[in-house]
Design a binder for this molecule. Structure first.
Ligand SMILES: [Mg+2]
Length: 301
């Protein structure tokens, strides 16, 4: 299922890069069908934002150290301060909760963000999740557990942590070959924070577009991404729907891209969507390295 693992990681970057120029725009005020440039951060075609940069930091840390919160934070700091893995010469599109958590880590060394209040349940930890699930792709329990743990460095509220666990479960099932309706049935049996019960109940199947919010709240983002995924039948169709929701378009795109990429796999993503993404070869190589490292370390004999 390497094909699906690669799809999940590059899908994240595709959604991020496609949504970046229209981030913060009001739904209905624009319509894009392919990569473009501009937006608040004046991105060029194919330049991704914090979502992909932080995912690359997380993947790089997993490859060097296994699952190590301190190293993850040190690597995020290198992105924040030195632009490591950024698509430009420095970090940009830095979320408030990420910034405060990393600053707190630098001052006090806390491995878990102290921002545990519900109001800090942004989508900053689900946007970067794919590398964790790829690394733990042979073991469902570990994948879900460490998805939650990976959130805590910057997003430690119970809603943010459980959103990461839910997305981790969904990605794991798709990377391992589950069908769309199988995953729908399986998520209903999961037990998470009550705020996630609409999603696990399949809310996104029946909602209309004006009932779907594309805000930076983790639950809104997850629901929006699943709505785009379950109401379309190709990677590209759902992707276009996701970024055109506007508002937090890059992260809705990044979360959609992880889910849809894991389901459709890299072979069903058009080359024209992959090639323009900055560092796409690095992203695909990292996905493969994480997959192989996980296979070596965790496959049950
Ligand atoms: Mg972003």
């Amino acid at each position: 299922m390497l094909n699906r693992a690669k799809g999940a990681f590059v899908g994240l970057a595709i959604g991020d890069a496609l949504g970046a120029p229209v981030q913060f725009k009001k739904r209905g005020s624009f319509k894009i069908t392919y990569y473009t440039s501009g937006g608040r951060y004046k991105v060029k075609v194919g330049e991704y934002t914090d979502d992909t940069a932080m995912a690359l930091c997380l993947g790089d840390s997993l490859l060097r150290k296994g699952f190590d919160l301190k190293d993850q934070l040190d690597t995020y700091l290198k992105w924040l301060e030195d632009g490591l893995f950024s698509s430009k010469h420095k970090a940009f599109d830095i979320g408030q909760t990420v910034f405060r958590s990393l600053s707190n880590y630098k001052r006090k060394g806390d491995l878990i963000s102290p921002l545990r209040n519900e109001k800090f349940s942004g989508n900053g930890s689900i946007m970067r999740l794919a590398p964790v699930v790829i690394y733990f792709h042979t073991d469902f329990e570990k994948a879900v557990f460490y998805s939650g743990e990976s959130s805590k460095t910057t997003h430690s509220s119970p809603i943010a942590v459980d959103s990461a666990k839910l997305l981790g479960a969904i990605l794991w099932w798709f990377i391992n070959g589950s069908k769309k309706d199988e995953v729908l049935a399986k998520i209903q049996k999961l037990s998470f924070h009550p705020a996630l019960s609409d999603i696990t109940g399949g809310s996104f199947l029946h909602k209309k577009e004006d009932e779907i919010k594309s805000s930076g709240y983790a639950i809104d983002t997850l629901e929006a991404a699943l709505w785009c995924f379950y109401n379309t039948n190709s990677f590209e169709k759902g992707l276009i729907k996701a970024v055109n929701l506007g508002d937090d378009a890059d992260t809705v795109g990044a979360v959609y891209g992880q889910i849809a990429g894991a389901y459709y796999g890299i072979d069903n993503i058009d080359e024209k969507l992959i090639r323009p993404v900055k560092n796409h070869e690095l992203i695909l190589q990292m996905a493969e390295n994480l997959y192989k490292k996980g296979l070596n370390e965790f496959s049950k004999q």
